[in-house]
Design a protein around this ligand. Structure first.
Ligand SMILES: CC(C)(COP(=O)(O)OP(=O)(O)OC[C@H]1O[C@@H](n2cnc3c(N)ncnc32)[C@H](O)[C@@H]1OP(=O)(O)O)[C@@H](O)C(=O)NCCC(=O)NCCS
Length: 146
């Protein structure tokens, strides 16, 4: 696991688009990777991107912007290890609190965050839109870093 460079933007855009309803373009990923407030870690297997996690850190508050693991690599603890490394790095950079939003139906992500000590602090009703006009709430999670 390591920090990400701009050379990874194409692989991150591909993995992000495969993992989320609204994918990021390569240009959007490049813009984020060049942002000095954005911290990104990746995991590779066999030289290929297997997962990444990205946050924005402003002063002492961080927001996790995205975390994704490639379909075939899921369920093996990769996201847990990436998140653990990422939180240690954020703490080292001065973060005191970390926030994120997650779809209320995203069980793997909710388990991941609960296990890492995040707690729900609020809910944004009908924040995500799905097929056929369906909506889902966003849960806002927070974890304090000491
Ligand atoms: C969420 C995601 C990053 C988890 O990655 P992962 O490497 O499979 O996660 P881990 O193997 O570290 O497992 C994390 C927890 O999720 C659980 N989990 C994994 N797959 C699951 C599934 N299909 N259903 C329910 N729980 C699941 C694991 O059991 C683990 O919980 P545990 O420690 O209590 O057993 C991955 O599913 C993903 O990329 N999803 C699409 C993108 C996404 O939704 N990102 C989060 C946005 S907030």
């Amino acid at each position: 696991m390591s920090e990400v460079g701009v050379r990874d933007c194409s692989a991150i855009a591909t993995l992000h688009s495969a993992s989320f309803r609204r994918g990021w373009s390569e240009q959007e990923v490049e813009g984020l990777l060049l942002d000095r407030h954005v911290i990104t870690h990746r995991a590779t297997t066999g030289g290929k991107l297997a997962g990444f996690i990205m946050s924005r850190l402003v002063e002492d508050e961080a927001e996790i912007l995205s975390v994704a693991v490639a379909g075939r690599q899921r369920g093996r603890g990769l996201a847990r290890r990436l998140l653990h490394l990422h939180l240690r790095r954020l703490a080292g950079l001065g973060a005191r609190a970390v926030f994120l939003e997650v779809d209320e139906h995203n069980d793997p992500a909710i388990r991941l965050y609960h296990r890492a000590g995040f707690r729900e602090v609020s809910r944004r009703p009908s924040y995500y839109s799905g097929d056929g006009g369906k909506t889902a709430d966003a849960l806002v999670f927070r974890r304090d870093l000491l």
